[in-house]
Design a protein around this ligand. Structure first.
Ligand SMILES: Cc1cc2nc3c(=O)[nH]c(=O)nc-3n(C[C@H](O)[C@H](O)[C@H](O)COP(=O)(O)O)c2cc1C
Length: 159
């Protein structure tokens, strides 16, 4: 157990995953990290793997890190304590500022990923990118398919 959370199966507590904005954390090859608000995401099984798929516009700095940086990301569903930070991570770019300094968001080292996870989240997933593609005619976003390497739920929702 770390920071008031426990490892869970990939598909537990999915009701807290659906329809909630997440923070996606990504990293460049020098270890610089960024955090971005993300709503377009799915979870399920693909290619016999537990997978989270995220839709990221090529205009985002996060897109650059996902395509040119470490081939991993973490998905973090904020608790009410840090819910406000979504407004900042979803409106400012890591190209221009350090959003960790701006928000005060704190990280916890990944157990199976180089990319860290975030403190004060109800659900967290460490993912390795196994595939990416354009999303087609629906939007200009690209889809990144992340194999879930491990997942955590906070004691707040496990109870
Ligand atoms: C609630 C919310 C949800 C968002 N969801 C997405 C999303 O699913 N995909 C995306 O590409 N951008 C999404 N955005 C926009 C990015 O978070 C925003 O453009 C951000 O500033 C990009 O940061 P970056 O340049 O540091 O990557 C969302 C913004 C908000 C406020």
């Amino acid at each position: 157990m770390t920071d008031n959370r426990k490892e869970i199966g990939s598909y537990e507590f999915m009701e807290f995953f659906m329809s909630r904005a997440a923070h996606v954390v990504s990293m460049d090859t020098n270890g610089k990290i960024n955090v971005m608000a993300l709503l377009w995401k799915t979870i399920g099984e693909l290619w016999m793997l537990p997978v989270i798929t995220i839709a990221v516009s090529p205009s985002r700095y996060t897109f650059k890190l996902l395509t040119e940086g470490v081939q991993e990301f973490t998905i973090n569903i904020p608790s009410s304590k840090i819910a406000d930070t979504i407004n900042i991570t979803g409106s400012l770019s890591g190209r221009d500022i350090d959003k960790f300094k701006e928000t005060g968001l704190e990280t916890i080292e990944g157990k199976r990923t180089k990319v860290p996870t975030l403190k004060d989240c109800i659900l967290t997933y460490e993912c390795k990118i196994v595939h990416s593609c354009k999303s087609g005619s629906m939007a200009s976003h690209h889809l990144f398919f992340g194999q879930i390497l491990t997942a955590y739920a906070s004691n707040e929702i496990i109870k």
